[in-house]
Design a binder for this molecule. Structure first.
Ligand code: SAM
Ligand code: SF4
Ligand code: SF4
Length: 371
């Protein structure tokens, strides 16, 4: 049977150019949004390309050979990324996560890491510099990433069973290759390493307990992520979401768990530890237990648009400011103005309305904006 093609909306055309306020104020590391949420966490997408075609993110039916990725010429350069990152850091960002697409596909990514690792937080501390990857290039690059100044990595792995994993990643990639990368990353000191498993009901939920068992008593922290309605290409349905409470229940039946305190405020994962033996797991309940009220995260797309929410309808074009010759002070003031107005809380509203989309129906793909 021929594969059906899923049309995706080209949300990338929607953008606005931020205004520069008439009064330019100095950043003080304490920027708060309309609900008082600080700007603490910046995710930077290094590319919208990926060598995987995960069913929940870049399904092959929507991201086939004809898909037009961002032209390379429109990507921010490493110098531009670092310049923008510094402006964010001065407003209070403490953690930078590199993502994508697959961030390790970006050539010479180590050079960017070296540049970012020299930035200091507003109060002079080192940044928490991390990266999320599908693990395919991690084994080869782990040492050079560590040497460049990367602190740690998060690796996505959706199953231990090879056939299930291959169905999930869409490109026949084997579990053993990801496990090897995990071991190498651990041995060079890129830890503590988190392993992310997106649970899609009817696809890989039978892998919940085997994954928990495999990673118990290891240095890796396994986190189960509820399948999210991000983008339009994955044809998300509520019926395919396995609630985190069910994940915890299934694991507890075999290996009893107890809840523990979060590490820090703004942490999206709820933590559970095994009552017997060592180790913990995390559950990220983006659908059933939303955390918009403590969302301290901004996202910078590959070509320099700021998204204040994963479900924002359009991005704020910071690259236009860079290319328009604006100074760092002007861009900083524009960012402060934008963040102060931020009132996004899509997931909370979705839960309240059980609606599938935002007001316009335009939704950004995860591979473009970075998860
Ligand atoms: N390619 C890298 C990777 O897979 O780790 C980084 C980018 S990926 C977009 C970042 C994270 O988003 C991954 O852990 C992935 O599993 C998660 N993700 C993607 N689509 C998702 C969805 N629809 N629901 C929940 N998580 C999703
Ligand atoms: Fe690629 Fe990551 Fe999306 Fe999978 S989740 S398709 S690895 S960007
Ligand atoms: Fe943050 Fe938007 Fe997700 Fe809510 S829906 S947690 S505001 S990114």
């Amino acid at each position: 049977m021929p594969k059906k093609t899923i049309p995706i909306i080209d949300f990338r055309q929607y953008r606005s150019i931020p205004n520069i306020p008439s009064v330019i104020e100095e950043p003080n590391g304490l920027l708060g949004d309309a609900f008082g949420r600080p700007l603490q966490d910046l995710r930077i997408s290094l590319t919208d390309r990926c060598n995987f075609r995960c069913v929940y993110c870049m399904p092959i039916e929507a991201f086939g050979k004809d898909h037009k990725f961002m032209p390379r010429a429109s990507m921010l350069t490493f110098e531009e990324i670092t310049r923008i990152a510094k402006i964010f850091v001065d407003h209070g960002v403490q953690k930078i996560r590199l993502t994508g697409g697959e961030p390790l596909l970006r050539k010479h990514v180590e050079n960017l890491i070296e540049m970012l690792s020299r930035l200091k937080t507003y109060d002079g501390k080192d940044l928490d510099l991390t990266l999320t990857t599908n693990g395919s290039l991690l084994g080869k690059k782990a040492q050079s990433l560590k040497d460049a100044g990367l602190n740690r990595v998060t690796v996505s792995l959706d199953a231990l069973d090879d056939a299930t994993f291959k169905r999930m990643n869409g490109v026949d990639y084997s579990v053993s290759d990801v496990l090897r990368s995990l071991d190498i990353a651990h041995s060079v000191g890129l830890g503590p390493i988190k392993v992310n498993m997106v649970v899609k009901g009817g696809m890989n939920d039978q892998e919940i307990v085997p994954m928990a068992r495999y990673f118990k008593d290891t240095p890796f922290i396994l986190r189960f992520i509820e399948y999210m309605d991000v983008g339009t290409s994955n044809q998300w349905e509520m019926g395919e979401v396995i609630p985190s409470a069910e994940v915890v229940r299934r694991i507890s039946t075999h290996m009893p768990l107890e809840e523990i305190e979060p590490n820090c405020s703004g942490e999206t994962a709820e933590r559970w530890r095994y009552k017997q033996g060592g180790g913990e797991i995390g559950v990220i309940s983006s659908i059933t237990k939303t955390f918009c009220h403590e969302c301290v995260r901004a996202r910078l797309s590959t070509e320099g648009k700021l998204y204040t929410c994963l479900f924002a309808e359009s991005g704020h074009d910071l690259r236009a400011l860079l290319h328009g010759g604006k100074t760092d002070q002007e861009i900083s003031a524009a960012l402060a103005h934008l963040w102060r107005q931020r009132a996004d809380r899509y997931s909370e509203l979705r839960s309240a309305n059980t609606k599938k989309t935002n007001s316009t129906g335009k939704k950004i793909e995860m591979s473009y904006i970075g998860g």
